[in-house]
Design a protein around this ligand. Structure first.
Ligand SMILES: [Zn+2]
Length: 166
């Protein structure tokens, strides 16, 4: 009997669906903060943007608003009902157990999703490849790796999601 017990890889993907996430929405009283160092669900305080113009006094810009995050005190900027800053997407935050090198790729994919869905998809594929390697798979053939992980206990639903993603 082999007494060397390798620790069973943590199936990070399984828990990702359990994280509640409310994407930023125009005029919503609360949502997950779009700033990458916050990302918490927090109240949002809305206001129109008023500037002082030379010789004309105060001017309220039409359709330009800010939402201030109650947690991190950073603002998101909205133009005509669309968030234009920070440059991010409505992608949910990563699982907190994600290894740092994969987290970097995930955050980059999230940041470019709205402007380059194909680029984001390529980065997410890289994330899955690295995650398979992190879980002890070779990382060369993702279908084989995912199939192997399913045999080891990864929920089959995750395999389906991966096939849809491809
Ligand atoms: Zn925040």
């Amino acid at each position: 009997m082999d007494c060397r017990h390798e620790p069973k890889p943590t199936l990070i993907v399984e828990r990702m669906a359990d994280i509640p996430f409310t994407p930023p929405a125009h005029k919503a009283n609360g949502f997950n903060c779009p700033h990458s160092n916050c990302r918490a669900y927090a109240d949002q305080y809305w206001g129109a943007v008023t500037v002082q113009l030379d010789r004309r006094g105060n001017y309220t810009a039409q359709g330009l608003e800010i939402a201030l995050c109650a947690r991190c005190q950073k603002e998101s900027i909205w133009l005509q009902g669309l968030m234009v800053f920070p440059l991010t997407s409505n992608a949910p935050p990563s699982n907190k157990d994600l290894p740092p090198d994969i987290l970097t790729d995930y955050n980059e994919a999230s940041a470019i999703l709205a402007h380059s869905p194909r680029g984001a998809a390529a980065l997410l594929r890289l994330c899955i490849q690295k995650l398979c390697q992190h879980l002890g798979e070779p990382g060369k053939d993702l279908n084989a790796d995912i199939g192997s992980l399913v045999k080891k206990g990864l929920p089959p639903g995750v395999q389906w999601r991966w096939m849809l993603f491809e």
